[in-house]
Design a protein around this ligand. Structure first.
Ligand code: IMP
Length: 176
């Protein structure tokens, strides 16, 4: 275990098992639709890679990179990398590492609906329901977690720890 990690919440084996279950449900729901899996950079990459192994359909992939800034009066979203394709009429599954306040996903979802997507759903590896400030829920969710700061399997603190093959709670002294 990494020296900065206090406790492992989910091992690689558990995450793989969870991806198998989620993949099966997603396959059932989308077997007759053209599905585009959209990864939110950078955190979703390991989860998207693992999950998509178990979605045995002719899916296509795209990526978006958005940042959320805390301003004086409100938080704003900036698109750093937009999708490569036109989503008009397509079924979009947004893939995220963690759903917290919901600001990022509610903004991105509204944007894709506005562009004419046939449907926009969310799959998240982790869900911090206690942190929610915007009315948005994931249709598919791996694990509901308490309000702790977690790293690994794509999740970072100052860009570190994304490569850990498990999800763990970061020691408080590393970010205080
Ligand atoms: P939201 O817009 O508040 O839902 O933001 C979700 C984003 O916040 C995620 O994609 C992460 O980048 C970040 N985030 C929230 N909680 C954590 C955490 O515990 N560890 C690492 N990143 C987190």
């Amino acid at each position: 275990m990494h020296k900065d990690v206090k406790e492992i919440l989910y091992t690689q084996e558990e995450i793989t098992q969870k991806c198998k279950e989620l993949g099966k449900t997603i396959m059932n729901d989308y077997h007759d639709k053209d599905l585009v899996m959209v990864g939110l950079l950078k955190g979703s990459v390991p989860f998207l890679a693992e999950l998509s192994k178990f979605v045995n359909l002719d899916v296509t992939f795209d990526y978006m990179d958005v940042s959320s800034y805390e301003g004086v009066e409100s938080r704003t979203i900036t698109i750093k990398k937009d999708l490569d394709q036109d989503v008009n009429g397509k079924h979009i599954l947004l893939v995220e590492d963690i759903l917290d306040t919901g600001k990022t996903l509610s903004t991105v979802r509204a944007m894709l609906i506005e562009r004419g997507a046939a449907s926009v759903e969310i799959v998240t590896m982790l869900d911090k329901k206690e942190g929610r400030e915007f009315p948005i829920e994931a249709k598919y969710s791996g694990y509901e977690i308490p309000n702790a700061f977690v790293v690994g399997f794509g999740l970072d603190f100052n860009e570190k720890y994304r490569n850990l093959p498990y999800v763990g709670i970061l020691k408080e002294e590393c970010y205080q």
